[in-house]
Write a new protein. Structure first.
Length: 740
């Protein structure tokens, strides 16, 4: 990816009257102070804003502004460094504490730096010669005395380097957002005025609860509705408790999506919190649940922030709000949420200060990878302890993540909302689980074809393709996997729901993309052996609405494909151990034992990428904080690096035009890339190396366009770069689309 080059670097002369450098520094200081006040750091925000552009007072920078150029960032050829001056001033002016400010100021264009490295580093910046700028201080007021907030003082006492570094990142967020907004106000007032103004949470909550009452009145008095109503009442009652960690253990079908929002809104109002941030692992859940929230809250107040948004369905106000999460309800992915907490770039960190004093709902909390468990838990603890947040762990299969002997990284003080989760589980039982043992594809084929409607979930895209070929393409036969671009999967889900609703033939072969929140309801589900959390999610697609009048059938099998079995080797092994003891893999007892095995016995992997080892305190007044922000950001990726290469699929007529436009661009802009995300299929580096430049037209770095979709993209199973000869033509898919 090209280095980040924010447009606001050119600030020094504004076109509008009264927007000179002094006015900019004062305005950014006021705005950053307002943002930082959310975590008792108002003076810190003001100081960062006042000093962030001190280097622009130098005669060199003023001369640079007169040179006609398109270059607008410190990373551009011929630039004049203006960030180092303020960083050096903060470190000199305020002993020890000033170094925290200096990290934020030095990185406010290119990003937070590593303390020490062979390339650009914070320590080197503090020793770098700067042009004379000090005369500019005469224009500015002295900033207030800096006092560490109580939580920062406690972190110093405990020598908690990560907590101190986390404060720097939050302060950095306040500065870069304030800088963005004030520059936009001066340079692009039309855009600034377009930024949305949202109703208060109180107004939204009143509308939400009124809408819920109407829905429940229409729902009738069936047992399931009575259970859902009680779950929501329990959530509303728990919302009055003090902020902190909560868990909501509700089986699939218990209405936890709306109940969790009821908790979040009431809790925010009760404790004067600012917004609700709803986090889920997959975009399928995000899109579905955001739609549910909009039905009860209104369309414009729910902000979706993920990669598969359709630009034609996203308003300009929503695009602007997604830059810094300035909305009352945010719905986003685990990748966006956690990677932002460990990011170092201005665009990724800009929204972080908005998380302070929020209710964070972590849907499907059990999907957090073991390899990042320790840093993620530490970040959540700090958000709750130091930044006024409440975190709700919301899932049908609650992971065993509470702190206890042998699991010292567990979360402390988690309060379960449901009075009796075991009783609730039994009241919502709708399936029976059976083990089939080893099943080859021929046996699976016979079982699937014997059912009018059935879902079979396997562990790899290759196995899904082979099994789909075994049952044969036919009306009512569908395939779902990550080898289909998001636009293709969206179409298939629409067709599947239509077939299920009408009672038509509907046999689906899928990978785990169909699990965790996708609203499908089959009478029979087959699931290849995996972790108990995956099995429970598969069971959630069976008899979901309890319409059968009997339990649905969930069948667990072991695949004949060794590679497919290896895919979930760790979790499947834990599940096998649990199933030797517990007959019902969905019981709370089995679930607790599974997560104990899965989390507790993986101590060496809790921080597999050594994220927390990047932050150190030193006995050195000239450089007391050695924080490697850039290294930590580079190494923190919830999605494995192996899937970072992406191939764009020319889908419909407009999308083919988009791909043609990308081909013609020397450097694709961010908006065009964002539009193309719904066409992207991730591939492994080995595949990329074999096909880039031949079957894949390289756009830049690890992004390309599929050259021959008629050969390598199947209308049923998606991308297959190893295919030879003509395949199912893409026009076959286009004609199936239910929209224009």
């Amino acid at each position: 990816m090209p280095r980040e080059t924010p447009y606001w670097a050119h600030v020094g002369k504004f076109p509008a009257e009264g927007h000179g450098l002094k006015e900019h520094l004062l305005a950014v200081g006021r705005r950053a102070a307002e943002f930082a006040a959310a975590f008792q750091a108002r003076e810190w925000g003001e100081s960062a804003g006042l000093w962030h552009d001190l280097g622009k007072y130098s005669s060199e920078f003023q001369h640079y502004l007169q040179i006609p150029t398109d270059a607008s960032a410190e990373t551009s050829p011929g630039h004049v460094d203006h960030s180092t001056a303020g960083a050096q001033h903060a470190a000199r002016r305020i002993p020890i504490l000033g170094h925290l400010l200096s990290y934020a100021i030095a990185g406010h264009h290119a990003g937070l730096l590593d303390g020490r490295s062979e390339e650009a580093a914070q320590e080197k910046r503090l020793k770098k010669p700067c042009a004379v700028w000090e005369h500019g201080l005469a224009e500015l007021p002295d900033p207030p005395d800096l006092q560490p907030p109580d939580f920062l003082r406690a972190a110093f006492g405990k020598k908690d380097a990560f907590a101190i570094a986390f404060f720097v990142r939050m302060l950095f967020s306040c500065l870069v957002d304030a800088d963005f907004l004030d520059t936009e106000r001066a340079m692009n007032p039309e855009k600034f005025e377009t930024r949305p103004r949202f109703p208060s949470l109180g107004t939204l909550a009143a509308s939400f609860f009124q809408s819920l009452e109407k829905m429940e009145h229409k729902a009738g008095t069936e047992d399931i509705n009575a259970v859902r109503h009680q779950i929501r009442r329990d959530c509303e009652h728990a919302a009055d408790q003090p902020p902190g960690f909560f868990s909501l253990t509700v089986p699939t079908g218990g209405g936890k999506t709306l109940s969790s929002m009821a908790f979040a809104l009431r809790h925010a109002l009760r404790h004067d919190l600012r917004r609700v941030v709803y986090v889920a692992p997959f975009t399928t859940i995000i899109e579905q649940n955001a739609g549910v929230f909009r039905e009860h809250l209104g369309r414009e107040v729910v902000l979706e922030h993920h990669c598969n948004l359709d630009p034609e369905k996203e308003s300009e106000a929503a695009r602007l709000a997604s830059e810094n999460w300035d909305a009352p309800v945010i719905v986003t992915t685990s990748v966006q949420f956690y990677e932002s907490l460990f990011a170092n770039k201005p665009s990724r960190c800009r929204k972080l200060h908005r998380i302070a004093r929020s209710v964070i709902v972590l849907d499907e909390a059990q999907t957090l990878p073991v390899n990042y468990l320790k840093p993620c838990h530490r970040a959540l603890e700090l958000l709750v302890r130091d930044y006024g947040c409440t975190v709700l762990l919301c899932t049908a299969t609650q992971p065993e993540i509470r702190r206890r002997p042998g699991f010292e990284i567990g979360l402390e003080g988690v309060r379960e909302i449901m009075p009796d989760p075991a009783k609730l589980y039994h009241s919502l039982e709708r399936v029976e689980v059976a083990r089939l043992g080893l099943q080859n594809d021929a046996q699976l084929r016979e079982r699937i074809l014997a059912e009018k409607q059935a879902l079979c979930i396997v562990n790899t895209t290759r196995h899904a393709r082979l099994l789909f070929d075994a049952i044969g393409p036919a009306p009512g036969h569908f395939h779902l996997s990550a080898r289909m671009c998001p636009a293709h999967r969206h179409l298939r889900l629409w067709q599947i729901r239509r077939a299920l609703k009408s009672g038509a033939v509907c046999r689906v072969i899928s990978t785990q993309v169909v699990e965790a929140g996708v609203d499908l309801d089959f009478p029979v589900v087959y699931r290849a052996m995996a972790g108990l959390d995956s099995i429970a999610q598969a069971a959630g697609r069976c008899n979901r609405r309890n319409k059968l009048g009997r339990p649905g059938g969930v069948y667990i099998f072991t695949s004949e494909h060794a590679s497919a079995n290896r895919y979930f080797a760790d979790t499947a092994q834990c599940a096998a151990q649990v199933l030797e003891i517990h007959a019902d893999p969905l019981s709370l007892e089995a679930n607790e034992r599974f997560f104990r095995l899965y989390y507790w016995d993986q101590k060496a992997r809790w921080d597999a990428h050594h994220i927390l080892e990047n932050f150190h305190l030193e006995q050195n007044r000239d450089f007391p904080f050695n924080f490697s922000f850039e290294t930590a950001a580079r190494n923190f990726h919830l999605i494995d690096d192996a899937s970072e290469c992406a191939v764009l699929i020319p889908w419909g007529r407009k999308d083919r035009t988009l791909c043609q436009r990308l081909r013609a661009m020397s450097a694709p802009d961010r908006e065009t890339l964002r539009q193309a995300q719904r066409l992207a299929v991730r591939v492994f580096p080995a595949e990329w190396a074999r096909h880039a430049g031949r079957d894949i037209k390289l756009i830049y770095d690890n992004l390309g366009i599929l050259e021959s979709p008629q050969t390598h993209y199947d209308a049923h199973t998606g991308l297959n770069l190893e295919a030879e000869g003509p395949g199912m033509y893409l026009t076959r898919i286009i004609h199936e689309r239910p929209w224009k």
